[in-house]
Design a protein around this ligand. Structure first.
Ligand SMILES: *Cc1c(COP(=O)(O)O)cnc(C)c1O
Ligand SMILES: [Zn+2]
Length: 477
């Protein structure tokens, strides 16, 4: 049948079916998907990326996504982010930027299960260190980068404790689509991460100050120069990071685990996970939402203090803003600054605070803090029995151990810890833990209150002599 012009209907585009919306229900302002914003113009709150699900083609079952693997010669089916395009459809799939992110393992780790007090088979480590730049940030970067490209950006910027800048630098270098400008605090970045930014050719601006200072500056400078900001205030980053949960479910044959445990820094991941589960539940693709635990470092415990001590709740969109204001006023008055060996979560003012407490409401979540001693011990356990991780990642394992000892997580429950970054990101912390050099130990770890290394694997010093070497190997192996 031939169509007359009056009968022709233009198919809705991605720009018609997705939009940005202020997270405050009282405001609810909306913005086009093509706009570049990091906050609501009317009230200053964060923004969400939203979809008109009723008019989109959503798979009837999560199993549909398994078929994509058979088509992995197509880079968008190979990508662990864009394989789930139907669940983050803000851009046409052929426009989505991929460098092969999201090929990760969910590793059953019984030795770490035993360490935290779970039965064999109940602890699973989602190893995000396998991403191209070695951290989960690549999941978010592929999405933010895609949006940046759609808006015609020529330069992208971020402030970073290291991994965001490494990821941005890599996307710029591999795709050649944009130039990276990164802001780092002085002396606050692990060498593994800094080396990536430099090697990938990013313009690296070192500011005297910490992450929070760099974060404030990059926002100013981005506004002034029109740089596209890829920090996790960028709502598109979080769309990409939702897929970490899709992959966890996929590896569990779409069974929902009992707990997701994740380190909390700027709280982008925890926020993204909450949104992922909320949407899957709303779409009828899962029947149950797992509980979530967010783990702070004791030396960077803003979320823990606000939620567990001050009782801050999302309260269906009306959180008690006064509590937060007072907390930050006191923090500044007392000049309290975050300090932890887990540099990726060394943050005073987490930018996604409100999205995170919303996620805690969705996931019946809670917050714990782990000391640097607990974090380093847990990290050594992950290294000895798992795939290895950087200090911040091990907070999830240390936190799980706490929650099991409190009886909040039962030994039979199925727990997924997110290992956010690769072991090689921060070799200094690892070497200092295992060293026999007390001076090095004190300098790197003692300064953070770590006093012992119960799980250290110390190098054995032997003279350059065949008999002595053989004797040592016989003695120690
Ligand atoms: C960024 C980062 C975190 C913190 O994640 P948020 O989403 O900011 O809470 C934790 N671990 C590693 C390795 C990171 O790079
Ligand atoms: Zn608003």
């Amino acid at each position: 049948m031939k169509e007359t012009p009056s009968e022709t209907r233009t198919r809705p585009t991605h720009a018609d079916l997705s939009f940005q919306r202020c997270i405050s229900p009282a405001c609810g302002a909306t913005y086009g998907i093509d706009e570049v914003r990091v906050a609501c113009e009317k009230c200053g709150n964060l923004l969400d990326v939203m979809y008109d699900w009723d008019r989109l083609e959503v798979p009837a079952s999560l199993k549909v996504f398994e078929e994509k693997w058979a088509r992995r010669a197509d880079p968008h089916c190979f990508s662990g982010v864009w394989r789930f395009h139907e669940l983050l459809p803000f851009a046409p799939v052929d426009q989505c930027v991929t460098v092969g992110e999201g090929q990760t393992l969910l590793h059953r780790c019984d030795s770490v299960a035993q360490y935290v007090g779970l039965k064999p088979g109940r602890l699973l480590l989602e190893y995000e260190g396998m991403n191209p730049s070695g951290s989960f940030k690549d999941n978010g970067m592929s999405a933010a980068f895609t949006h940046a490209r759609l808006t015609g950006a020529a330069r992208a910027a971020c402030a970073s404790t290291g991994n965001t800048s490494a990821s941005l630098a890599l996307y710029c270098s591999v795709s050649r689509l944009m130039k990276a400008v990164i802001f780092v605090g002085s002396g606050k970045i692990a060498y593994g991460k800094l080396s990536q930014a430099l090697d990938f050719g990013a313009l690296t601006v070192q500011i005297s100050g910490d992450f929070d200072d760099a974060m404030a500056r990059v926002q100013e400078v981005s506004r002034e120069l029109g740089l596209y900001l890829v920090n996790s205030v960028n709502p598109f980053r979080l769309e990409g990071q939702k897929t970490i949960m899709y992959r966890v479910l996929e590896k569990l044959r779409w069974e929902v685990p009992d707990w997701i445990v994740v380190p909390g820094g700027n709280l982008g991941n925890s926020s993204a996970f909450g949104k992922a589960f909320f949407e899957l539940h709303q779409l009828g693709l899962i029947d149950r939402i797992p509980r979530m635990a967010v783990i702070n470092a004791t030396g960077a415990s803003t979320l823990y203090d606000l939620v567990e001590k001050c009782g801050l709740r999302w309260n269906r969109g009306s959180p008690d803003l006064e509590t937060v204001k007072q907390y930050y006023q006191e923090m500044d008055a007392q000049q309290r600054r975050a300090s932890t060996i887990a540099s990726a979560i060394e943050i005073n003012r987490p930018v996604n605070l409100y999205k995170c407490i919303r996620a805690l409401e969705v996931c019946n979540g809670l917050v714990r803090q782990a000391s640097d001693q607990e974090i380093m011990d847990a990290k050594a356990q992950v290294g000895a029995g798992g795939l290895g991780c950087e200090p911040a990642s091990a907070a999830s394992v240390a936190g799980t151990r706490l929650l099991v000892s409190e009886g909040l997580i039962g030994p039979d429950e199925r727990v997924v810890c997110i290992l956010t970054g690769h072991q090689l990101k921060d070799p200094n912390a690892t070497v200092a833990y295992h060293t026999t050099d007390q001076e090095l130990f004190n300098k790197v770890l003692g300064s953070h209150g770590v006093s012992r290394a119960a799980y250290a694997n110390r190098a054995v010093a032997v003279p350059n002599d065949l008999d002595e070497i053989i004797k040592a190997i016989r003695l120690y192996s």
